[in-house]
Ligand binder design. Structure first.
Ligand code: C5P
Length: 397
């Protein structure tokens, strides 16, 4: 979460400058106050209008003609919680490594004591040039966070290393630098999405879970420094730094969770696992001409109850309870029956909470402690509240 964080977004003159617009929007969505600074090259590629409209303040481009202050670089540098350069060209990396202050952005970089995240983007030949390699190593040695470029299609149809990292990876890197880091070194496994149980070769029994809460939990744990594995049935963008294990059915999810949980410090079952599945799925497609089929159901294994029964010492096991009535009583019963350390209960019938929404409102219950209610908030804020409680439990509270 970046709520209230002041981020200077430096944009330099590469083709990837257009991606800074999407990045800016995501930083704003995460609650950051974004102050864009463009180099002359970036201005040629992108112009200032779009970023000025999307960011928290108009784009700054010049060292000399700021109407608010004669020394914009020191104010921007001193007031920043973080300076992010995306994309970063070979020129800005070289100038920063050499300590040259030739334009507003290089001045801001030298005038700040805030953490700096640099996201290089350039052609493969430039990225692999010994001068650039040395400059990047110099920046890293000084504590600058470098988000390595990806391999892929580059400008002009070339393919290779040098493409700007994805917005998810860049936002995750920014969050990790600014987050408390209170899950550093811990292994966290999260399940997300609704399982799909085959009826025949083409039809499934599914539910309305979007997986958004599970993905927000995985992103939050990664931002706090955990090594996160996400066992998921849905196809959403994987949060930066998170390992994805795709599954579809309750049986597949159970095998993945049973394999991963024994070595995890924290396990969060946010998935909506089907309670029943067709007992005898057909290998082929059921034919309409054969009439309406009778589908008998059988129970699925309760994955969470199995994890509770086999829970290693010290592990924090978190379950979810989607309820439509008697929220607290039903959740408390599951907490006890499944040997959980926490249960996160939400009323899926309430407006703007639960399945498919971007927001949620939950009650978090732990054995022998008062229930804690998190009022309607985006799913990332809910995830932060869950991990605040997890960290408290792990530190003996
Ligand atoms: O008992 P109930 O299904 O309401 O409990 C919900 C919790 O149990 C969720 O954390 C869900 O992921 C988990 N669960 C499970 N296996 C099932 C059903 C639910 O792990 N078959």
């Amino acid at each position: 979460m970046l709520a209230g964080k002041r981020i200077v977004l430096g944009v330099t003159g590469g083709i990837a400058a257009y991606k800074s617009v999407e990045l800016c929007r995501r930083l704003i969505d995460a609650g950051a106050h974004v102050v864009p600074v463009m180099t002359a090259g970036a201005e040629r590629f992108l112009g200032t209008t779009t970023l000025s409209a999307l960011a928290s303040e108009p784009v700054r481009t010049r060292l000399w003609d700021d109407p608010e202050t004669p020394i914009p670089h020191t104010k921007l540098g001193q007031n920043a919680d973080l300076v992010l350069v995306a994309p970063a060209t070979a020129r800005i990396i070289g100038a920063y490594a050499a300590g040259l202050s030739t334009d507003l952005l290089t001045n801001v970089l030298l005038a700040t004591r805030a953490p700096v995240v640099v996201c290089p983007a350039m052609h493969t030949e430039m990225w692999e040039h010994p001068a650039v390699v040395d400059n990047v190593a110099t920046l890293r040695a000084r504590g600058v966070h470098v988000v390595d470029p990806e391999s892929g299609r580059l400008a002009g149809g070339d393919v290779g290393a040098g493409r700007l990292a994805s917005p998810e990876s860049i936002v995750a890197a920014v969050e990790a630098v600014l987050a408390p880091g209170d899950l550093t070194g811990q292994r966290v496994v999260v399940s997300a999405g609704g399982t799909r149980e085959p009826i025949d070769a083409v039809r499934v029994l599914a539910n309305r879970s979007s997986g958004k809460q599970g993905y927000a939990l995985a992103a939050e744990a990664a931002a706090r420094g955990a090594a996160v594995t996400l066992v998921s049935t849905v196809d959403l963008p994987t949060p930066g730094g998170v390992e994805l294990v795709p599954v579809e059915t309750a049986d597949e999810m159970k095998s993945a969770m049973d394999r991963l949980a024994p070595t995890a410090d924290v396990v969060v079952m946010a998935a909506a696992v089907a309670d029943f599945r067709p007992a005898d799925p057909s290998d082929g497609k059921l034919k309409k001409r054969d009439g309406v089929p009778v589908i008998s159901l059988e129970p699925t294994p309760d994955i969470l109850a199995g994890l509770g029964a086999a829970k290693p010492d010290g592990q924090v096991l978190v379950g979810f309870a989607a309820e439509t009535d008697d929220l607290a009583a039903n959740a408390a019963e599951k907490l006890d029956a499944k040997r959980l350390d926490l249960i996160v209960a939400n009323d899926v019938s309430a407006p703007e909470t639960g399945f498919a929404h971007d927001t949620n409102a939950v009650t978090i219950l732990a054995p022998d402690s008062p229930a804690c209610t998190v009022p309607l908030a985006d799913k990332r804020t809910i995830a932060a509240a869950v991990f605040d409680r997890v960290v408290q439990i792990r530190s003996g509270g």
